[in-house]
Design a binder for this molecule. Structure first.
Ligand SMILES: N=c1c2ncn([C@@H]3O[C@H](COP(=O)(O)OP(=O)(O)OP(=O)(O)O)[C@@H](O)[C@H]3O)c2ncn1[C@@H]1O[C@H](COP(=O)(O)O)[C@@H](O)[C@H]1O
Length: 105
């Protein structure tokens, strides 16, 4: 199992039965979807700032926070990582410009 899949499984366990006093994921779950969505947005902004003004190491750290909080958000909404990967697979071989054009139709 790869890193993201292992993390997804751990997050699913914590969302289902985690104890908020010992688990950050369970704590986020207790705070609810709006807080989880906001955290994801904040982490994305922090990654943006790191990309523009930070080091490569800072960007890598912030990118890890983004991926972690995205997995929590997906888990909270019941969207499997596999669905996201399938969507990326579907797009493989299609130019990003074609994808862009299909979205604006
Ligand atoms: N990968 C991560 C991970 N990345 C970041 N974080 C946490 O995300 C938080 C983001 O930091 P911030 O400073 O932005 O937020 P904060 O002020 O601490 O938190 P808020 O009060 O604002 O929500 C920090 O508390 C980090 O510890 C993570 N917490 C957990 N994991 C993984 O998730 C697993 C389950 O964690 P628990 O639920 O804590 O057992 C762990 O084993 C890890 O593998």
């Amino acid at each position: 199992m790869n890193t993201l899949s292992r993390l997804e499984a751990t997050i699913a366990e914590r969302l289902a039965a985690g104890e908020a006093s010992t688990s950050y994921v369970a704590q986020l779950h207790a705070r609810g979807l709006p807080v989880i969505a906001r955290k994801f947005g904040e982490e994305a902004v922090e990654a943006t700032v790191a990309a523009l003004a930070g080091s490569r190491e800072e960007l890598a750290g912030e990118a890890a926070d983004v991926l972690f909080h995205l997995l929590v958000l997906l888990g909270e909404k019941g969207v499997p990582l596999a669905d996201v990967l399938s969507e990326l697979d579907r797009r493989e071989g299609t130019s990003g410009l074609e994808e862009k054009a299909s979205r604006s139709n």
